[in-house]
Design a protein. Structure first.
Length: 107
């Protein structure tokens, strides 16, 4: 009996992660642009300074979020590569070693 493993789900997960990462980046940029539009037309003085500080926090937090998502994405890709490598090594090992066992068993 032969067992087949499909590692396509890992590649699909990596692709979905990349898509989600891009969507989040786009959404963050859209929200920032809306906030900047609102602020530049009507705020001055202390409110403008405080808003600039909030936008700096927004940028920093957004960068941290995108950095975390990028790390997760890279880890998923590395895990997929590791799984494929392990699968290939195991397959090669069985393809080279099992014939010897089969011969010894007379099969």
């Amino acid at each position: 009996m032969t067992t087949q493993h499909n590692f396509g789900h890992m590649a699909a997960g990596v692709s979905k992660m990349q898509h989600a990462e891009n969507e989040i980046r786009d959404d963050l940029n859209k929200l920032k642009n809306i906030a900047v539009e609102i602020s530049t037309d009507s705020w001055s003085g202390t409110a403008a300074v405080r808003f600039a500080q909030l936008m700096a926090d927004w940028d920093r937090n957004g960068n941290e979020l995108m950095g975390a998502l990028a790390k997760i994405h890279e880890q998923l890709k590395a895990t997929g590569r590791d799984l494929e490598f392990t699968r290939d090594v195991t397959r090669d090992m069985f393809n080279t070693e099992l014939p010897d066992f089969r011969d010894a068993l007379g099969k």
